[in-house]
Write a protein that binds this ligand. Structure first.
Ligand code: MG
Length: 381
């Protein structure tokens, strides 16, 4: 039996993690969880899974839930998130919170020797050097939950890092993969939120449409697998059947395939190195699919991907700026304040406004994050 602390329980990855716990009551137990503001869903989860510790975002919700569930321990805010991450009964922390707020709890959980199943991209993007160093020092495994990184991780089982020629991340192309650059000028929020293959949260769906999601994944892959950027490629593959690949020096390529269902990589992170059935999953029928398509990535069409490579290569604080600017820009787009292509304009402005500082501390990263958000917001009004 593995005991889980789930950060971001009411989000897309969070609820799918709960599906897996529900399907395997002999294997997993939810010990602690954090939620944002969705206290209606939180109530249902508390009743069904009975976690000992629940962290909410604000004090009002904390008081409300505390009165309703006298036998559950509640906490709130950033401190609450950390308390949830280091909950002493948890063996494994699933970090599925949105944004850079996931960073500090991850570092604290690593210090406490917890296995980390990481779905929060921002943690590795903004502080990959700190996270991987702390993980090594504390002998802690960082297990990828993202489908691409899980595919690479699975393909690397039994292989040596020194034998890797390159990583090939596949990209579905998002909601606008068949549109020209000029057509992108006019696209609406509704169209952007309509992803062809994956059902995900709003932020990541927009990031898929701008290709920033793939850019963040390139940076994530760099840190997770310790591979230089010129050995990480992105390939358009619209069916999302091959979730990513590894090429070795002898030209062999290993890939992981499956139907696009996030519960597979989530479950693999929870059961690693073991595998157990996932009864509700649709099995892959290759004969029925017939053809898989691949296409070279167009960096001119998807400028955010280019920005991410540049920010990753510059290193230091640059990926923090990339991520923070993107978070503010995507929020503004979701609120209907800017047009789709303005997302990349804002990210570009923030990057050119910043001078990278190498090996930033956590405090410095948080400072740069805050400054970048202020800067991008100042461009909005
Ligand atoms: Mg992904």
């Amino acid at each position: 039996m593995k005991t889980i602390s789930l950060l971001g329980a009411t989000g897309s990855i969070g609820t799918q993690t709960l599906d897996i716990i529900r399907e395997h009551p002999q294997e997993f137990r939810l010990a602690a969880m954090s939620i944002g503001k969705n206290i209606d869903l939180a109530r249902k989860i508390i009743i069904e899974f009975q976690p000992e510790l629940v962290s909410v975002q604000n004090h009002i919700d904390y008081n409300t839930l505390k009165a309703e569930f006298p036998h559950t321990h509640f906490t709130y805010g950033e401190e609450g998130l950390i308390e949830t991450a280091i909950h002493k009964k948890a063996d494994i922390v699933v970090n599925a919170v949105l944004g850079s707020v996931g960073l500090n709890p991850t570092l604290q959980a690593i210090e406490c020797g917890k296995t980390i199943a990481i779905a929060n991209k921002e943690t590795l993007v903004t502080a990959g050097h700190l996270v991987m160093e702390a993980a090594e020092k504390n002998n802690v495994a960082i297990l990828p939950v993202d489908s691409e990184h899980s595919a690479i991780f699975q393909s690397l089982q039994g292989e040596k890092e020194k034998n890797i020629e390159r990583l090939i991340l596949t990209a579905s192309g998002g909601s606008f993969r068949d549109r020209t650059r000029s057509e992108l000028e006019q696209v609406t929020l509704e169209e952007a939120l309509n992803h062809p293959n994956w059902s995900m949260g709003a932020k990541i769906t927009i990031d898929s449409a701008t290709m920033m999601n793939k850019g963040l994944e390139v940076i994530e892959a760099h840190w997770l697998f310790n591979i230089p950027y010129d050995k990480i490629d992105v390939l358009l593959h619209k069916e999302s059947i091959i979730h990513s690949m590894v090429e070795f020096h002898d030209s062999s390529i290993k890939a992981q395939l499956g139907t696009p269902d996030m519960r597979v990589p989530i479950q693999y992170a929870l059961t690693y190195p073991n595998r157990i059935p996932l009864p509700s999953n649709r099995r892959l029928d290759l004969a029925k699919i017939g053809t898989l398509n691949f296409q070279e990535m167009d960096f001119g069409r998807f400028r955010c991907l280019e920005f991410a490579y540049e920010a990753g290569r510059s290193g230091g604080t640059m990926p923090t700026v990339l991520n923070a600017a993107n978070e503010v820009a995507v929020s503004a787009f979701l609120e209907g304040k800017i047009r789709f292509l303005q997302i990349e304009d804002l990210v570009e402005k923030a990057l050119s406004n910043h001078q990278a500082i190498a090996f930033p501390s956590l405090t410095f990263i948080q400072e740069v994050d805050k400054e970048t958000r202020q800067y991008v917001r100042s461009l909005l009004y």
